[in-house]
Design a protein around this ligand. Structure first.
Ligand code: SAH
Ligand code: SF4
Ligand code: F3S
Length: 396
């Protein structure tokens, strides 16, 4: 064990999965006697938990690293007080997996790179970096570069450190990775194939969280509806969570339309503790685009689901994700998305401009909607959604 009063600051980017992963890393580091700090200036170790879903997400991380490095040696308090030029810098999460050791080429100040399936190794990696005795003349910087990006499965025990960022709410991962391979999406390449946690482990995590004061949970997965462990599917899991004593409220994220059915809506209507919120990303309203996105459903299938949800889960909210300007999206395809958004009347919609991603199928196709046109389509849907949301609030 490292003798330790070292302070760690974690900067989080990306989705709720990363929020939970940062919490897991904090839990593991606290067990190894590190202290957590909210102040990057005060930190001996700065970890960026990163996202690769769009180019913009990655750009934010690169400039975040740049900012830390710029400050290093000038004003960085913790490093300076120990006679070093900079804090230890780690890149973890989806970008780590996407770029692996190439990160060191673009940002030589980075000391370690750890993919999403290797986060259990972070305490040992830090111990090696801290203990390393540099041979070169300049002893002021940590010189060991370490990258771990070959892990396949996370050990179950990382979810049981007992550490929670929030007092009453916690995220519970039910499945890791994704095997859907939507043609635009990097997630299967950075998070690996879908892996379901065992039912008993999930329940144990929830029950012990509740004992420690948590009253609300969010079940997490890239496609929660595909959950299956032995004879337990997602609907059975939801029913079991609803019966956990002491739990007051729960919800889940994210649902894939192809794996969503009326059986789930009925469970939603019946489970007292389950919040009546469904996030059901549609991505596009055009059958042609949905097919090229490899989403596995049609416009009609989605519209029927939305109608049935509203009928069965009375008063439930419905939110979505939309990508505009996907490869090959014509004005007519876009119009169909516009019409769908107008028809369904979502409570909220997250609208994204298509961003080509490494490794994905769509990367082979032309990114043929010009930037200005993507921006225009983005603004048009945003405007429509604002009007819809305003109308809804007025009704409440
Ligand atoms: N597993 C979830 C969320 C995946 S990422 C799902 O399938 O719904 C969150 C959202 O980012 C996606 O729903 C999609 O709308 C958007 N997204 C993913 N890849 C993208 C890309 N290459 N360009 C633009 N938006 C993207
Ligand atoms: Fe990406 Fe599709 Fe999986 Fe969602 S379902 S994470 S969009 S591949
Ligand atoms: Fe981003 Fe990885 Fe989540 S790419 S959206 S942090 S799974």
């Amino acid at each position: 064990m490292v003798e330790n009063s070292k302070k760690v600051f974690i900067k989080n980017f990306g989705c709720q999965m990363n929020v939970r992963d940062s919490e897991v890393v904090c839990g593991l580091l606290r067990k190894a006697d590190y202290q957590l700090t909210q102040d990057s200036e005060d930190a001996d170790i700065i970890i960026f938990n990163t996202c690769s879903v769009r180019q913009h997400a990655e750009d934010k991380v690169w400039s975040g690293i740049g900012n830390v490095v710029k400050k290093s040696g000038k004003v960085h308090k913790a490093a300076k007080s120990q006679g070093r030029k900079k804090p230890i810098i780690g890149i973890i999460g989806c970008m780590a997996q996407n770029y692996r050791d190439q990160i060191f080429e673009r940002a030589p100040e980075v000391d370690f790179v750890v993919g999403p399936s290797d986060i259990d190794k972070i305490p040992a990696i830090l111990a090696r970096i801290i203990d390393h005795k540099p041979q070169a003349a300049d002893r002021q910087i940590y010189q060991l570069k370490i990258w771990e990006t070959d892990g396949q499965l996370r050990p179950e025990n990382i979810y049981h450190t007992g550490f929670h960022e929030e007092k009453e709410h916690s995220y519970v991962v039910i499945s890791e990775g994704c095997s859907n391979y939507c043609s635009y999406c990097v997630v299967p390449y950075v998070r690996g194939e879908l892996h379901n946690r065992e039912f008993k482990d999930i329940l144990q995590e929830i029950e012990s969280s509740v004992k420690s004061g948590i009253t609300k949970i969010t079940l997490l997965g890239q496609n929660v509806n595909a959950y299956k462990s032995g004879s337990v599917n997602f609907v059975k899991l939801v029913n079991s969570v609803d019966r956990v004593e002491g739990l007051k409220e729960f919800s889940f994220l994210t649902s894939h339309p192809r794996d969503t059915s009326e059986v789930l809506f009925e469970a939603m209507a019946e489970c007292d503790k389950l919040k009546k919120n469904l996030h059901l990303p549609v991505q596009s309203g055009s059958d042609k685009v949905l097919k090229s996105m490899n989403r596995g459903y049609t416009r009609k299938f989605y519209l029927d689901l939305a109608d049935n949800y509203r009928k069965i889960v009375k008063g439930g909210t419905l939110t979505t994700d939309i990508i505009v300007g996907f490869s090959g999206e014509t004005k007519d395809d876009f119009q169909q998305t516009f019409d769908l958004v107008k028809y369904v009347g979502f409570d909220a919609a997250y609208i994204f401009k298509y961003s080509p991603r490494p490794n994905t199928e769509a990367l082979k196709w032309p990114d043929d909607v010009p930037k200005e046109e993507k921006e225009h389509r983005h603004a048009v849907i945003l405007d429509l959604q604002k009007t819809i949301s305003k109308g809804k609030n007025a009704k409440i």
